[in-house]
Design a binder for this molecule. Structure first.
Ligand code: ADP
Ligand code: MG
Length: 683
């Protein structure tokens, strides 16, 4: 536990007054420990360098001999520029110092000076921030640089932290179990803290950082693993004794045989359902890998065990589609599957709710909003949610806490890189479908520059003439729905003009009313519309097997995973499908991304690449990543530490001593304070 002395407000530190405390509060610094744990985001490097080892625009500290009388020039009242030549080793460079005219008198010809500033390789020039007359004599090699806000300056913050450390440093106590400190040779907390703020050398810094990376991951994983244990062992879970014979009949009646990957995950899911523990499982599988088929089996199993099931999806279009495919699969076996969306109102809605309550409906399909509303099941056994990576840990908990503690299966078609999976979904079990049904034709993807639009239109014409359909996806304008819509309208006009009289064009975007969206979507699936111009609302789950081509405008604006998701709308039938990326990326990374898209159809490869190129924050999209924020650690670069911490936490949580020994009392208290245990398992 953080020592109580450190939980006091920052004003207990002598030298920090009320006004400072207010300014610090704006930076989320309230207590002494907040202040001490406010780590630098980078360090100013004052180590002496030689010019050969320096890159263009890098900040450097060098020692040299003054080779020319400094010349001072004023421009404007307060602005000045001091220029001199300095011999560094055997290289003569220009040094420029802005707005520090008084330095002129400190500089004498042939004397030694130490300069800190930015190196311009092309002009062989240093823009100097600091000049020290005399040889290099820095007592510090690194200086911390903090993110600051409002009235707080970096220098000020350094001073406050210094005050806090000298007055309260002695109360910094260890938070990690001895055994991990020992086996990973981690610095103790106080030493590491001191180094983070007052570093002496780069190796020390590396060690201090290593300690806090582990600490952050360990605490996070401890919570995740405890959550996982609590949820698994919660005796309120339902044990669903399904009828295996009936289930096999259903599986045999399917128009295809399951892939090995599907069989494996079906078994994992059924094992969970049968156990008295509550299932809390994530099912990952690329688009088209057959997740819906797996879901139908689980729902059917639940029915044979005498329970109802629910399938939740993010949009009404999807709800509609899933409802009809589940009806097709399960109605012949006598199951009653119903759709409930916000557009179903009045008498019909009341009927559905009534039938649900008295158990006539076996499976309810709807949007996520369903579960929070007035919907009451008679005996809910299984909840499946699709495409849930948009939701964070807390939303997932709300779902699980609904009424009767049903088993919960989360499905996602966005392959999630392993590091993110164990972070964002650390409390869950994971099943992966890593195999596609046999005989799928790989989608051919091409990258075209926008000035090739004419050729692309002719290509579209060729596909359309074979009685196929085409999606046209419109540019994404960050943070502006309105512009997205305008773009879609413009592109729609282009298509109308080009294909007028030959093919019908539909328009779909987020501003349409859900009835309108439905109407457009219906028309497209009935092939009354051949060209569907759309914003990314078609992204998830839509299934029109006759659509064999997708054109994506401004493809460079989308992430790789999203492009892959979009592309997954085609290639759903027997025909060869195509995806054209219209893009003119300016950066190398942008070009790289387009190339990768044309080279692979493997969602997992793309997701790893996407994470690498964009970082974890952007991976799930800006809105609601559900990812925790770490102060020091970086999920991608420190993934080894993440895995280590995860294994350690899992092992510890499962061990008897953790729940009994005094040694772990603080960690148990920490879990309790974070609400993970809700007091059930303790005392
Ligand atoms: P997902 O939900 O993962 O995108 P679906 O379950 O919708 O995938 O399956 C995509 C298509 O593949 C559907 O038309 C489905 O009938 C078919 N399918 C599913 N599993 C198999 C299989 N094992 N063999 C052949 N086709 C399959
Ligand atoms: Mg699906």
């Amino acid at each position: 536990m953080v020592n109580d002395m450190l939980k006091q407000p920052v004003t207990v530190v002598k030298g920090i007054g009320g006004e400072t405390a207010e300014a610090l509060a704006d930076m989320n610094i309230q207590t002494v420990s907040d202040l001490l744990e406010y780590f630098p985001y980078r360090y100013e490097d004052y180590r002496l360098k030689d010019l050969e080892s320096i890159k263009h625009e890098e900040r450097i500290t060098v020692e040299g001999i003054v080779h020319s009388e400094p010349s001072l020039m004023y421009y404007g009242k307060k602005r000045s520029r001091l220029t001199l030549r300095v011999l560094i080793g055997r290289v003569l460079v220009q040094a420029v110092i802005f707005n520090q005219p008084y330095l002129k008198n400190k500089i004498t010809l042939n004397s030694t000076v130490t300069l800190t500033g930015k190196w311009d390789q092309h002009r062989q020039m240093i823009t100097v921030n600091e000049l020290h007359a005399g040889p290099y004599a820095s007592e510090k090699e690194f200086e911390p640089v903090y993110g600051v806000k409002g009235k707080v300056t970096v220098k000020g913050l350094r001073r406050f932290i210094n005050l806090a450390f000298s007055q309260y440093g002695e109360y910094i106590s260890e938070l990690l179990p001895e055994r991990y400190l020992f086996s990973y040779k981690l610095l103790d907390r106080k030493t590491a803290m001191q180094i983070m703020h007052f570093p002496s050398g780069s190796n020390d810094l590396k060690q201090a950082r290593r300690r806090f990376v582990y600490e952050e991951f360990f605490y996070f994983q401890l919570k995740m693993q405890a959550l996982r244990k609590m949820e698994r062992e919660n005796s309120k879970g339902v044990a669903q004794s399904y009828d295996l014979d009936q289930l096999n009949l259903y599986i045999d009646s399917m128009p295809f045989s399951l892939t090995n990957a599907q069989k494996r995950v079906v078994n994992e899911i059924l094992t969970d359902m049968k156990s008295p523990f509550r299932m809390n499982r994530l099912l990952q599988g690329d688009v088209g890998s057959g997740k819906t088929a797996v879901a139908s089996i689980a729902l059917f199993a639940s029915k044979t065990a005498g329970f109802q099931g629910a399938l939740m999806v993010p949009t009404e279009i999807l709800a509609d589609q899933h409802a009809s495919s589940l009806q097709e699969m399960l109605s012949p076996l006598g199951l009653k599957c119903e759709l409930l969306t916000s557009s179903i109102k009045g008498k019909r809605r009341r009927e559905i709710l009534e039938e649900l309550k008295n158990g006539e409906i076996d499976i309810l399909i709807g949007t996520h909003a369903l579960i929070q509303e007035e919907v009451v099941f008679k005996k809910l056994g299984l909840v499946i949610t699709d495409e849930q990576h948009r939701f964070g840990v807390n939303q997932r908990r709300v779902l699980r806490e609904k009424g009767e503690s049903p088993d919960v299966l989360f499905m996602t078609a966005t392959p999630i890189p392993r590091t993110l999976a164990i972070t964002a979904f650390g409390e869950m079990d994971v099943s992966i479908i890593d195999e596609m049904p046999a005989g799928r034709k790989a989608i051919e993807t091409y990258w075209a520059k926008p000035d090739m639009l004419d050729r692309v239109l002719r290509f579209m014409e060729k596909e359309l003439s074979k009685n196929r359909q085409v999606y046209v996806i419109c540019p994404l304008i960050e943070e502006s729905d309105k512009l997205d819509v305008q773009n879609a309208i413009d592109v729609h006009a282009t298509m109308m003009q080009y294909f007028q009289g030959r093919y019908h064009t539909g328009l779909m975007h987020g501003r349409l009313h859900s009835d309108e969206k439905d109407a457009v979507m219906q028309a497209f699936s009935r092939n009354e519309v051949q060209i569907l111009v759309s914003t990314t609302v078609v992204e998830v789950g839509v299934n029109v097997p006759n659509a064999t081509m997708m054109v994506i405008y401004d493809a460079e604006r989308f992430g790789l995973s999203q492009l892959h998701q979009l592309r997954g709308r085609v290639g759903r039938g027997d025909q060869q499908s195509y995806c054209i990326l219209l893009a003119d990326p300016k950066s190398e990374v942008g070009k790289e991304r387009m190339k990768i898209m044309t080279e692979t159809n493997d969602g997992f490869v793309l997701s790893e690449k996407d994470l690498e190129l964009r970082g974890p924050g952007d991976f799930f999209g800006r809105k609601q990543s559900g990812l925790p924020e770490f102060k020091v650690a970086d999920m991608v670069h420190d993934y080894r530490a993440l895995e280590t911490a995860r294994n350690d936490a899992a092992e510890l949580i499962q061990s008897e001593p953790f729940w009994q020994d005094e040694e772990f009392a603080d960690l148990r208290q920490y879990l309790k304070n974070s609400g993970v245990l809700e007091g059930e398992k303790l005392d």
